[in-house]
Design a binder for this molecule. Structure first.
Ligand code: SF4
Length: 76
């Protein structure tokens, strides 16, 4: 549970979090690919289908399944 993580949250800004992975600035984050999203990230605390879930980098907040940040790690 928790409130939705806003893109304007200072930690979200520093990690380049976007609610829509397709809107990530690939010039700023050259390792980003549109196939990467929170739902496929090791740190996503919900099922791969969950619309939103917690993320340890944003305590008490819910990140979007289709979102992305620069700490993305492919789910093992
Ligand atoms: Fe999404 Fe992973 Fe970044 Fe958390 S660490 S916001 S789950 S991409």
């Amino acid at each position: 549970a928790g409130v939705k993580l806003e893109e304007s949250d200072p930690t979200a800004v520093s990690l380049g979090y976007r609610e829509d992975t397709r809107k990530v600035d690939d010039k700023k984050y050259p390792k980003h690919a549109a196939s990467q999203n929170c739902g496929g990230c090791q740190l996503f605390q919900g099922t791969p289908q969950a619309a939103t879930a917690g993320c340890p980098l944003f305590a008490g907040k819910q990140v979007a399944n289709g979102g992305w940040c620069s700490a993305w790690v492919k789910k093992a």
